[in-house]
Design a protein around this ligand. Structure first.
Ligand SMILES: [Zn+2]
Ligand SMILES: [Zn+2]
Length: 329
């Protein structure tokens, strides 16, 4: 089958690779649609932290935002899964350790991450092996585009929950990229008043969001940092109202320092978010009901042959941020 492989910094190509065969407990998914995100771009440039501490190495096969159809079952997998449209958790814990057994398998020390950690192959390929425990069935009302937006949506939804966004709450979201925009959509759906801050907010404004290029002089009950700017985590803590909530989901390329005196003296509640795991079901629900429609965030759908160019290209902030891949086109 065809798969996109990153072979080194700024080097990627489509290769013919062995198609996966289902191990016991796994299914094989024919990938309908997959997305690429900032993590994938960092794997392409070589900046991704996992490349530097041994959690990932070239050659690697990216793609952790995906949906598709189950085409084969390994031993022990219930037959009902065959032919179902699914998406799934990126995080594949060992299912045995204390963290896995207490519902925190996304923090398992031995976890694989699809398309990211310890060489687990990604979804930028025609077929993907997935353990059945990681699957989430997609209703018909969640099409391929939204289906491949469940993973970033789950991340954004967890950030919105940690922010306590709801009626009567005013939330500031830093960084109008895919996660920031999805968080804004989920927070609006929860009934919160949402403001977005970014250097360039043209696309966010076109979606009807209230946008700022500097911090507006308003009291914010919660601030979500979904940016990749090293200075913004500190700004988030400084900006939020005393007693408020700060959520960190963005990652900068260098250490982003926060003065803990600000956190203590303002009595803040601070939450970090890693992974969509606990938010996947909620994201599917909200897409299925129409409460949130993520499809306007997808600006282009390309084939595997065009992935290297897309990862190397600069993003136009006036355009929708997400690029999707149809691996059989
Ligand atoms: Zn991602
Ligand atoms: Zn584990």
């Amino acid at each position: 089958m065809r798969a996109f492989v990153i072979t080194g910094p700024f080097q990627g190509e489509v290769r013919d690779v062995e198609p996966p065969v289902p191990e016991p407990g796994d299914v094989i998914v024919r990938v309908e649609r997959a997305g690429v995100c900032g993590t994938d771009a960092e794997f392409f440039t070589g900046d991704m932290a996992y490349l530097h501490d041994g959690q990932a190495r070239y050659p690697l096969r990216i793609g952790h935002e995906w949906c598709g159809v189950v085409t084969a079952l390994g031993a022990g997998v219930p037959k009902e899964w065959l032919g179902r449209r699914v998406t799934g958790d990126t995080m594949l814990g060992c299912q045995k350790c204390a963290r896995c057994r207490s519902g925190r398998q996304h923090l398992c020390a031995d976890r694989f991450e699809i398309g990211i950690r310890y060489g687990y192959p990604g979804a930028l390929a025609e077929f993907l092996p997935v353990p059945v425990f990681a699957l989430h069935a997609l209703p018909d009302s969640v099409g391929p585009v939204a289906g491949a937006m469940v993973e970033p949506g789950g991340n954004a939804l967890r950030a919105v929950r940690a922010a306590g966004a709801g009626p009567g709450e005013r939330v500031l979201i830093l960084g109008p990229g895919t996660i920031g925009l999805l968080a804004a959509m989920f927070a609006v759906a929860e009934g919160a008043e949402v403001h977005l801050l970014g250097l360039s907010t043209g696309f966010a404004e076109s979606l009807g969001f209230t946008c700022h290029t500097g911090v507006p002089d308003l009291p914010f009950d919660a601030v979500i940092d979904a940016s990749n700017a090293a200075a913004l985590p500190a700004l988030a803590a400084e900006t939020v109202e005393p007693g408020g909530r700060v959520v960190y989901i963005g990652l900068a390329g260098e250490p982003s320092l926060v003065d803990t005196r600000v956190i203590a003296l303002k009595d803040l509640k601070v939450t970090g978010v890693l992974s969509a795991s606990g938010g996947l079901a909620g994201a599917i629900e909200r897409y299925a009901s129409g409460a949130v429609d993520p499809t306007p965030l997808v600006g282009a759908t390309i084939g595997l042959d065009d992935v290297a160019g897309a990862l190397a290209g600069k993003r136009d902030p006036g355009r929708p941020p997400k690029i999707h891949i149809d691996p059989v086109s």
